[in-house]
Ligand binder design. Sequence first.
Ligand code: TRP
Length: 458
Amino acid sequence: MNQHPTADSASETDGVPREVWGSRLGFLLAAVGSAVGLGNMWRFSYATAEHGGAAFVLFYIFLTFLVGVPVMIAEFGLGRSTRLSPIGALRRAGGSAWVPLGYLFVAAGFLILSYYAVIAGWVTRYAFDAVMSPFPSDAGAYFGEVTTGWSPILYHLLFMTLTILIVAGGVKKGIERVSTVMMPVLALILIGLAVWATTLTGAGEGYSFYLTPSFEELFSLETVAAATSQAFFSLSLGMGAMLTFASYLKRDTDLPKESTIVALSDFGVAFIAGMVVFPVVFALGLQDAVGESTVGALFISLPGAFQAMGPTGRAVGLLFFGALFIGAITSGIALLEVVVSSVIDEWKIDRRKASIAMGIVIALLGILPASDLNILSAMDAVASEIFLPLGGLFLALLVGWGPPSKRLEIFIEGASPAIRPLMSGWLWTLRIAVPPLLVIVLTQTVPAGLASIRAIGG
Ligand code: TRP
């Protein structure tokens, strides 16, 4: 990799032409699209509710910028400097001993997308149904109907079909185009809903739960683990997704700047989603349900609230689930892209065939979580709470402690001088703080993941 830094013609790796993003903004919106998804609007809300509200939110911001940003710079840097998808990138940066990590990334892509598409399928049905009729009055029964029998399987397959079509369309014409159109729409919808939520009577309690930290609750290791894995999941880190997107970059991009923007946007969307969810849920007295279960509660409390609000609630619900759908599809395509780009690079298969073949395998795998919520929870616990922190740990070790010349190339190339002092700080967090933190996280999540696998039977 000795191309001139700004040679945009450096779009060939080993003689195979590599796609590039159409513009810097396109790349940025695609990366934001990958980050922003169900994680921000659904997982963030229940994690916050479960771990005490505002104090958790503060801690989460801290982790996003102190831990998330350096890991993201490392992933972006690896992708951009090797211009390869995860398996090849790790082989080039670390040697063949690092190839298994690439396979772990691809496995994470398979697993996460297969259940992510199931939840996205529920979202799709909620949005469709809201167009056709008001939300049903028995929200619990409605959730049961959406998540059992054929419905979850059909909507999951529908979602996967859309995802495959976009990824098959290519980096620029598929992923970039969809993200560029959809992300601004999502932002507008959410901001509109947050403004509307301020008009609700009884919203105050929701805001104060969400925004007034009480530090009486000391953080347990469990909370630390929950906030860290939430940050990894939400920022799409630890499985080579950001690496893959950066492999389509020209070399003169300012990665620390882009990473900061992605992290800010991702946090911004989660935060604004909370400004919708908490006032709505508290205004209707449904707060107890939200933190109760990882999967169901938000899908029950919110539609219940929307139903109770009559026609306004129906419109708001449609917009909310529409925004959730946009977040889900732009993340779904990034998840599939990790798998597809690896197949393209490793086996030299063309993009259309690779997208269809891998998409079908993932769609079939997804039938399991679509039919059994315990399987879905177990897959989430294993993939997002074990695979992602494990991936992040090894990435931090490789980039933080690998050969110094590589480290500089990864971290500094293309960055503006103003940002350099900050970057050495981030490099040090990557080396010193990230690995032990992730080891602590894993001591919590590995037993929890194993327990959730055992819970499948019972
Ligand atoms: N960040 C996504 C969300 O918040 C979920 C996700 C995790 C993801 N890892 C990913 C998306 C990799 C794309 C690629 O919903």
